[in-house]
Design a protein around this ligand. Structure first.
Ligand SMILES: [Zn+2]
Length: 144
């Protein structure tokens, strides 16, 4: 059973991180439903598959909040980022690709500064009211 605890203003909701549906568990964070990828502790069941991001469990909730993007101020970076000449060129290419609706692959070694390259295009998208999904395999960045 999935339960959703709605707030009275209906702008936010809470769902359990892990649900039991029939005799199966499903992790609402990573959508894992593999029985062998769940474990039990003293409080309940938790997902092993996304454990690296913290426990997603039957006793924790995911907080969902509806955002009225039109009422938000413009997004900006609160940190000054200095780009090298090559990073600046790549950043401009990212913005151009976004503006003209084509895909772009940024390929560089670890530590080359790829993340900084996409800040401008992320800001542009957010300030146009778009929703940005930024996926990264780096746990240290995700947990910040
Ligand atoms: Zn999970």
């Amino acid at each position: 059973m999935i339960y959703i605890r709605e707030n009275t203003n209906e702008k936010e909701s809470f769902i359990p991180c892990v649900n039991k549906i029939g005799n199966k568990y499903i992790c609402n964070r990573c959508l894992n439903s593999d029985y062998s990828q769940f474990y039990q502790d003293q409080l309940g069941i938790y997902c092993l598959k996304c454990l690296v991001f913290g426990k997603s469990s039957t006793y924790k909730e995911i907080h969902r909040q509806k955002i009225n993007y039109e009422s938000l101020d413009k997004y900006y970076l609160n940190k000054v980022i200095y780009l090298s000449e090559m990073q600046a060129k790549a950043s401009i290419e990212c913005v151009n690709a976004f503006s003209h609706g084509y895909n772009l692959l940024i390929f560089a070694v670890c530590g080359a500064g790829k993340t900084e390259i996409v800040y401008d295009v992320i800001l542009k998208a957010l300030n146009e009211g778009k929703i940005v999904c930024f996926a990264t395999p780096r746990k240290d960045v995700v947990l910040m």
